[in-house]
Write a protein that binds this ligand. Sequence first.
Ligand SMILES: *Cc1c(COP(=O)(O)O)cnc(C)c1O
Length: 407
Amino acid sequence: MDYDSALTASLQRLHDEGRYRTFIDIERRQGQYPHAVWTRPDGTQKDITVWCGNDYLGMGQNPVVLAAMHEALDATGAGSGGTRNISGTTVYHKRLEAEIADLHRTEAALVFTSAYIANDATLSTLRTIFPGLIIYSDALNHASIIEGVRRGGGEKRIFRHNDVAHLRELLAADDPAAPKLIAFESIYSMDGDFGPIREICDLADEFGALTYLDEVHAVGMYGPRGAGVAERDGQMRRLDIINGTLAKAYGVFGGYIAASAKMVDAVRSYAPGFIFTTSLPPAVAAGAAASVRLLKTAQHLRDAHQAQARILKARLKAMGLPIIDHGSHIVPVHVGNPVHCKMMSDMLLENHGIYVQPINFPTVPRGTERLRFTPSPVHGPQDVDRLVRAMDELWSQCALNRAEAVA
Ligand SMILES: *Cc1c(COP(=O)(O)O)cnc(C)c1O
């Protein structure tokens, strides 16, 4: 095997298909987010505003969160020094899990390295716990869910995105006695649309299936205590397992599941992705716990976040730009061409100091390439003005159609 040629060929394939990823080198300035500094490949720098971050509420620079992290860092040191089983469980991890269980009103919670790992490790392990488990998975589920469903190798059924009738057909076609689990998301982050939580829970009741809900793009931001869309809609108690991240709206790092004590105990005991890896640094656990706790009573931040998204959508729509609007906080602008999409992103960055990553295939289907903005309460009125002016100018420059806003 000529390993070197194989590497070259694999990378060339990505270049040929226009899907080779280049990372933009940015440095946040604590206290000034979403303002940051971009370092170009030649080493020169430019001040920019981040418009595609997942730190939706600016919690990554919240003084209470930082103080909790400093305190734990000074008290205990850098790393945890072990897996959860072997010397890596601290009071900070236990407090964080208690904070999360309280958030979701579940008996227990389990913290993982990330929500990606939580999805992958939990879903693949449930196959061990429930032999013969059939997993029903929404067609647009996140890569971490797909990976977890695939690993473990059992039966899986993919239902058309948010199509409850299709899900019902699939459930009805299987052995009523077989163990079943429905895996879906509360907010799909590429279009910003909501999953039909109530309808899916109804189906789960009817067919005796477990429910697994990824609330990664909702925790901190929806519901009266920030527990997500299921909390907002009064459905939280109907879910068997809720997955969330501590790295997006909570602004820190890590992921989790919340469930019954027995479910958590089983996953804790069987999931290799939980067992055989070092636990979070205590300072990270402390910061995450502070953030979860703080957002339970920070309705003003959630309101400001939603208001900001409504303002940006209204202003872009008023210029006739094709916004995809499902009423969530995510603001995708349809471009529909990968070359235009990349070019607009480059021009926004270089000419206007606005950073928004182009979203191209395979993250979204071909022909639906888009710029995806994530407004936040820390974006000021001037940031919004500059973005709207820049988009207006660019749209004219690139001679793109102005369309009616799409559903
Ligand atoms: C980002 C994301 C994850 C992974 O979360 P991390 O904590 O960053 O690993 C899982 N699910 C969905 C839907 C996501 O968008």
